[in-house]
Design a binder for this molecule. Structure first.
Ligand code: PNS
Length: 168
């Protein structure tokens, strides 16, 4: 890579749905790289049944980052490292909220490094206000009728409310 080439980082995840914590990490990443590709994985390591399908998750991400031309939102299938190669990315970024995230992230980073030694892994911590946020907790609160407006952007809130209205 030429030093003057723009640096791209992939920010992969399930984003089921994107929270203000994810948004914070993606925007912070732009402080250290030129472009961020927010990439929704078709296959997540911790095989969970997603609440929102891939297209819905992508649509929410695109709404949320509409204002930022340096952030592109896409989905990918197969291995993250292969996707990173295709996109010419030099780094993968992940958020670290607490020590409890570390083991999972460390394992994945080490495995990915075995598969693609040239890729770097950047771990960013979110704003302290978001340190407790997780998509799973946000969904649980929304499902039970709690107010999740402090934790997600308006387009996501709308979809969460619409989704869980049918379940109550
Ligand atoms: O938000 P998540 O569910 O913690 O994200 C996990 C994700 C999507 C980053 C991880 O499952 C992944 O990279 N999936 C793509 C398939 C892959 O490359 N698996 C090997 C990981 S070592």
């Amino acid at each position: 890579m030429n030093r003057s080439d723009p640096v791209t980082a992939i920010y992969p995840g399930s984003f089921d749905p994107v929270t203000l914590g994810h948004e914070d990490i993606a925007r912070r990443t732009l402080r250290v790289v030129d472009r961020v590709v927010v990439a929704v994985a078709e296959t997540a390591t911790h095989a969970k049944q997603p609440t929102f399908d891939l297209e819905e998750r992508l649509a929410m991400l695109r709404d949320v980052f509409e204002d930022e031309p340096r952030i592109e939102c896409v989905s990918f299938s197969g291995l993250l490292v292969e996707f990173a190669k295709e996109r010419g990315a030099s780094a993968v970024v992940r958020g670290l909220r607490a020590v409890s995230d570390f083991e999972y992230e460390f394992q994945m980073a080490q495995m990915n490094r075995e598969l693609h030694p040239d890729l770097e892994f950047i771990f960013l911590t979110p704003d302290v206000q978001m340190a407790f946020l997780s998509a799973s907790l946000v969904k649980e609160v929304a499902r039970l009728g709690g107010d999740v407006s402090p934790f997600v952007s308006t387009p996501v809130l709308r979809r969460l409310v619409a989704h869980f209205r049918g379940e109550r």
